[in-house]
Design a protein around this ligand. Sequence first.
Ligand SMILES: NC(=O)C1=CN([C@@H]2O[C@H](COP(=O)(O)OP(=O)(O)OC[C@H]3O[C@@H](n4cnc5c(N)ncnc54)[C@H](O)[C@@H]3O)[C@@H](O)[C@H]2O)[C@@H](O)CC1
Ligand SMILES: Nc1ncnc2c1ncn2[C@@H]1O[C@H](COP(=O)(O)OP(=O)(O)O)[C@@H](O)[C@H]1O
Ligand SMILES: [Mg+2]
Length: 284
Amino acid sequence: MENFLQIDRAEILKRFIPIATSAHKGVQGHALIIGGSYGKTGAVCLASKACLKSGAGLVTAYVPKCSYGIVQTAVPEVMVITDDYMEHIVSIHFDLSLQAIGIGIGMGQHPDTQHAFFNFVKANKTALVIDADGLNILSRNKEWLSLLPENTIITPHAKELERLIGTWDSKEDMIKKATLFSKEFKLIVVAKGAPTYTIDKDMVYENTTGNQALATAGSGDVLTGIITGLAAQGYKLTDAAILGVYLHGAAADIALPETGHHSFIASDCIAYLGKAFLSLENIQ
Ligand SMILES: NC(=O)C1=CN([C@@H]2O[C@H](COP(=O)(O)OP(=O)(O)OC[C@H]3O[C@@H](n4cnc5c(N)ncnc54)[C@H](O)[C@@H]3O)[C@@H](O)[C@H]2O)[C@@H](O)CC1
Ligand SMILES: Nc1ncnc2c1ncn2[C@@H]1O[C@H](COP(=O)(O)OP(=O)(O)O)[C@@H](O)[C@H]1O
Ligand SMILES: [Mg+2]
């Protein structure tokens, strides 16, 4: 039987950790964002920037060669390392000390990328957030799910979730199936939608922020970056997911009087993240 908890500001304040006055970038966590392919480097730019804007001390992007100049130009604060191949990722190798990795956004599903993803998950022990094509690759290779570290966070939208767990006939049925899936593979499932449910075994956390302005390209990529950034800072992975979803929605709610529903874009979600954090800190 699932236990439900509505996540409002009071619940978030129980989990939110302000940054220490003595902090420096070396203690704020180093996150790696792996993704991108020809024509979809923007997803990595959005996720990497959101990751930094969530408080991670260092962010590196791992991208195919064609994405190098784009990420360096779009987000100069982010370090970039590249795959050997030009248009998509064919192998994933790096020598970094990391606290969290976000993988899958804009990555595509080329057979070579699937192979690289398999070798990566087989060897990886770092806290992991998987989105988009990382999830699509897992849907095609469900036997790889058992290779993921315990409490890996997956962030599917409805279509991606359906590819993983099959169809459902009601919200209750979706939650039941996602709960079974979370328990079977020991994963934290962020079932994105309106509202988003974070499902961690028998616990179901219903988010209370966000609005239809988020129905725009790249808003999920931003969420992946936020959650990865929080995980890199050492939040318990369930809390990173819950807090990330809340802040992502809060940024969209705070932006609304300025942008309206129509003109809000994913970059606005990143731009308003600061005000979302401030709404927790009571700093004017
Ligand atoms: N600027 C960029 O580089 C962008 C890259 N993106 C990347 O593009 C790739 C494809 O992602 P997509 O999500 O478009 O492809 P998908 O094929 O996974 O999902 C889109 C399909 O799912 C359907 N759908 C049904 N319910 C939905 C729901 N609740 N939310 C979202 N879609 C729902 C849509 O109608 C559409 O047919 C990913 O790698 C993603 O990261 C996108 O994030 C968009 C922005
Ligand atoms: N109508 C809505 N109300 C609230 N949140 C929404 C709405 N539509 C989309 N979102 C949110 O926007 C994000 C969309 O993610 P996703 O579909 O992966 O986008 P993309 O792949 O383009 O980055 C999710 O966090 C989802 O919950
Ligand atoms: Mg997405």
